[in-house]
Design a protein around this ligand. Structure first.
Ligand code: KIV
Length: 272
């Protein structure tokens, strides 16, 4: 079922701002490889995020911190080879943009040149404003990411909802406005109260895409492996599972093993 208001042949950063102005919600999912990206793109998604969640989902790390720039470029270039329509945003991994705007620019240029990605995403507000400005001067579109920023997990201590207290909520609003002023084309808000997220979405002209930020924002993002039910041990309240692929795949693998052991596979038609 398609509910898009306007048909876009290719999604650009401009299309997204137009979607917000037309009150069309923006859909975004993660992908880290060719096969998944092809399915997600052909289904009609607006944005694929090559998230540093690849560190958890693909590599099995506990946090997003270990993934490297080379690994992100590998994932992003696999995704880019698959897509025809959507915009591809690539996360700058931990340690490749904080504290040194020149390093941030070099990291972003490597992503754009070596993967073919269309934009980069960075976590943080005023602390990284210099890096954001410098990346933008090279003509590279930047998506911001505020609220729960998993690269700072050791500062937060937990993955609980952010900005519940007034002081943190105020900083979040100020940072969101700053990111818009600097020239970010969109902003991800992760795990913040729905009312606060809605207020920020109303106050900004750039699209605000939420994950665990309620329905009052301009779009939604989920990690594809979570929404497909492949990562069944991860159960946050905001996650809607559209499939139970963990069970489906387990059943398929068990059946295959049974068929091999029982010599049912391959049969006469499945050989040369
Ligand atoms: O890396 C990622 O998948 C993300 C989303 C959770 C927004 O940053």
């Amino acid at each position: 079922m398609s509910v898009a208001k306007k048909q876009y042949k290719r999604i650009t950063v401009k299309s997204l701002v137009e979607m917000k102005a037309n009150e069309e919600k923006i859909s975004m999912l993660t992908a880290y490889d060719y096969t998944m990206a092809k399915i997600v793109d052909r289904a009609g998604i607006d944005i694929i995020l090559v998230g540093d969640s690849a560190s958890n989902v693909m590599a099995g790390h506990e946090t997003t911190l270990p993934i490297t720039l080379d690994q992100m470029i590998y994932h992003a270039s696999s995704v880019i080879r698959a897509i025809e329509r959507c915009l591809v945003v690539v996360d700058l991994p931990f340690g490749t943009y904080q504290g040194n705007s020149r390093v941030a620019l070099e990291s972003s240029i490597r992503i754009m040149k070596e993967s073919g990605g269309h934009a980069v995403k960075l976590e943080g507000g005023s602390e990284i404003s210099e890096s954001i400005s410098r990346i933008l001067t090279a003509g590279i579109p930047v998506m911001g990411h505020l609220g729960l920023t998993p690269q700072s997990i050791y500062k937060f201590g937990t993955y609980t909802v952010r900005a519940k207290e007034e002081a943190e909520a105020k900083k979040l609003i100020d940072d969101a406005k700053l990111l818009e002023e600097l020239g970010c084309f969109a902003l991800v808000l992760e795990k913040v109260p729905a009312k606060l997220a809605e207020q920020i979405a109303k106050e900004l002209t750039i699209p605000v895409i939420g994950i665990g930020a309620g329905g009052g924002v301009d779009g939604q993002v989920l990690v594809t492996h979570d929404m497909l039910g492949m990562t069944h041990e991860f159960n946050p309240r905001f996650l809607r599972r559209y499939l139970d692929l963990y069970s489906e795949m387990t059943n398929a693998f068990e059946q295959y093993i049974t068929d091999v052991k029982s010599k049912d596979f391959p049969n006469e038609k499945e050989q040369y």
